[in-house]
Design a protein. Structure first.
Length: 278
């Protein structure tokens, strides 16, 4: 039996809630983004932009101290914190880890601690996934109390799996089984899969979104929604739709050639407005 469904505007509209009139920033989610490095500061910036445009009330970026000024100038709303395995992750409503951090002993220690101690939603992307593969953290993932979302593209999926199934849906489902996480397999028609559940295929997005940093923006969007109280699966499914719709809006405004990840982040809030105004 085919368990695959489509992520449509109606699907997302049934999940995303309008905000109460008296809400304050502390109730809109505290996101910790562990992203970026000296040569990849943009990954942290794009992730933070995605998180803010998707509605997070507070966004903290965990980076090396030497690049604090770059991030704070690029996204003045951000609160920069020093990256350290001693971080108290429990004070945040959602954690995103991986974009542009590299693979090294300290980052392995950080990810292992999150998987062991964190109880809320964590989104693992990019070098976070490469760290999982390199350090063999699969058992840590399967036994974690966190609500885990992974967001690989096909190359990262190949590093996580010993044998790649033939179809994209099957790859996403295998990733979910291997890790115990909600798996978001990025690409044209992004697949969202969770072990034992139906797989969902996104219906938004266009070829112009094949650009550097697009996935970093998606990671921020998903983490933002999770911090606002949505489950990891709902944050992932709604996040990929919002991300794709933002890309479609950017393409409508300027064409597919030359869309940047910053454009996608910029349109994310307009995409949400379009969804909830239905």
């Amino acid at each position: 039996m085919d368990n695959r469904c489509l992520i449509t505007k109606e699907y997302v509209n049934n999940i995303i809630r309008k905000r109460p009139q008296d809400i304050h920033k502390g109730q809109c989610g505290r996101v910790l983004i562990i992203a970026g490095s000296r040569a990849m500061t943009g990954a942290a910036v794009l992730c933070a932009k995605g998180a803010f445009r998707a509605g997070a009330g507070l966004v903290y970026v965990s980076i090396p101290e030497e690049v604090f000024p770059v991030v704070q100038i690029s996204v003045p709303e951000v609160i920069c914190v020093l990256r350290s395995p001693e971080t108290d992750f429990g004070i945040y409503d959602a954690v995103a880890v991986g974009p542009g951090i590299g693979v090294d002993a300290e980052n392995t220690q950080i990810i292992r601690k999150i998987l062991k101690e964190y109880k809320k939603t964590v989104v693992i992307d990019a070098d976070g996934l490469n760290t999982v593969a390199a350090a063999d953290l699969f058992e840590d993932m399967r036994t974690s109390s966190a609500d885990i979302v992974i967001t690989p593209h096909m190359g990262e999926a190949a590093r996580l799996l010993d044998i790649m199934p033939a179809g994209r849906e099957e790859i996403a489902e295998k990733l979910s089984e291997l890790t115990g996480a909600t798996a978001v397999l990025k690409g044209a028609g992004t697949i969202v899969a969770s072990a034992g559940e139906k797989s969902y295929t996104n219906t938004t997005g266009n070829p112009g979104m094949a650009t550097a940093g697009s996935g970093d923006t998606l990671t921020g969007i998903i983490a933002s929604l999770a911090a606002q109280g949505y489950s990891g699966f709902d944050a992932a499914a709604c996040g990929v739709y919002i991300h794709g719709l933002a890309g479609d809006m950017a393409a409508d405004a300027m064409g597919q050639w030359g869309i940047t990840a910053s454009d996608i982040a910029e349109y994310a809030s307009r995409a949400i407005k379009d969804i909830i105004s239905q």
